[in-house]
Design a protein around this ligand. Structure first.
Ligand SMILES: CC(=O)NCCS(=O)(=O)O
Length: 350
């Protein structure tokens, strides 16, 4: 690994961390979320079949997973290209693309987008949640899974010579299945060999993040180079959040721009607003975790693109950073994003 050590591996090759610029650590540019389709509320079936009209945009924001077409982000490469050009204009430099095996990773498209737009794109190695694991994947040993993940970083993935630069997002549900636990162990083994960052998608339960850390640690993973994603829909009590923060992973608030009343995958969860997310970040900064916070939008459905009236990939840079400053997260405190260049050196370098 000596040639990679201290470098960041993008789909176009190696970079020094200083070259990254402002970085969103959890996005998708091309993927399918069909695996997580959720039936529309009774009576809404007709809207769900033809939702891309102005009068249906609110419905789509409230029910993004109940329309098959909305889940096919891979059909929107032209719109995503425009979005990335806008992201650069807004001051963005790099995007970590978290699409792993199971949700249609498309490395040639990522490479073309990076060439067309000048945005640095880092691809993710590994596997998404259990329901996307094939029978063959489920039968693999931890050793075999480890070899595949290592090879995706060292040699290239999906039969190509395009290399991944992080492991993740590694998908888990709640409770964690046997196959997901195997992938977690393989992830930790691969990280021990490569020294590379890991990004985790936890199940929708407050106990999930700590349990994942336990499994990774037991298998030799480096928690200080692990990002726990989706905390905005997973940990709600300040006490739970601060307890988890003590374990030492990066703390990711990556659903900026998502606001919905009923979160279909777990109706007990109240999805926070962006203002509530900023409040959680302010708490973490106040408690001394500013160097551990990373943020993103995790765009994974069409309706979140500006083409369809969504917030797009520049929402954080344009709207959330000013809000953070307004709420007292100052530059002096090394806030997220304003200092993303610094943080990216630690989060995504190999
Ligand atoms: C692509 C992905 O896994 N996004 C997370 C969606 S969730 O609703 O926060 O689990």
């Amino acid at each position: 690994m000596s040639a990679l050590s201290g470098k960041v591996q993008t789909v176009l090759g190696l970079l020094d961390p200083d070259q990254l610029g402002r970085t969103m650590t959890h996005e998708h540019l091309t993927m399918s979320f069909e695996c997580c389709y959720f039936s529309p509320p009774p009576g809404d079936e007709a809207v769900a079949e033809n939702p891309f009209q102005m009068q249906h945009m609110h419905w789509l924001r409230q029910n993004p997973y109940s329309c098959h077409e909305n889940l096919l982000l891979q059909q929107e490469t032209s719109a995503v290209r425009e979005e990335l050009l806008a992201y650069r204009k807004a001051g963005g430099g790099t995007i970590v693309e978290n699409t792993t095996t199971g949700i249609d990773r498309d490395l040639p498209t990522l490479r073309q987008l990076a060439k067309d737009t000048g945005v640095h794109i880092i691809a993710g190695a590994g596997y998404y949640v259990d329901c996307t694991h094939t029978e063959a994947t489920k039968k693999m040993s931890v050793e075999k899974l480890t070899d595949i993940i290592v090879s995706e970083v060292l040699h290239g993935a999906d039969g190509m010579d395009i290399r991944c630069g992080v492991i993740g997002e590694i998908g888990t549900g709640w409770p964690i299945t046997e196959s997901e636990a195997k992938v977690l162990r393989a992830t930790a083994h691969a990280q021990a060999q490569l020294g590379c960052p890991v990004i985790i998608h936890p199940g929708r339960n407050a106990a999930a993040p700590a349990e994942i850390v336990r499994i990774l640690q037991e298998a030799g993973g480096d928690i200080s180079k692990t990002v726990m994603s989706h905390l905005d829909r997973t940990l709600f009590e300040d006490g739970d959040l601060l307890e988890f923060a003590k374990l030492g992973s990066y703390l990711e608030y990556d659903l900026f721009g998502t606001e919905m009343l009923n979160y279909p995958y777990n109706l007990d969860i109240d999805m926070p607003s962006d203002c509530q997310r900023v409040k959680a970040l302010a708490l973490l900064v106040k408690e001394g975790y500013e160097d551990k916070v990373v943020i993103a939008h995790d765009i994974h459905t069409k309706n979140r693109l500006t083409k369809y009236g969504g917030h797009g990939y520049s929402h954080i840079l344009k709207n959330i950073v000013p809000k953070m400053l307004m709420r007292g997260i100052s530059q002096h405190q090394r806030p997220p994003v304003l200092q993303q260049e610094l943080r990216a050196k630690h989060v995504i370098s190999l």
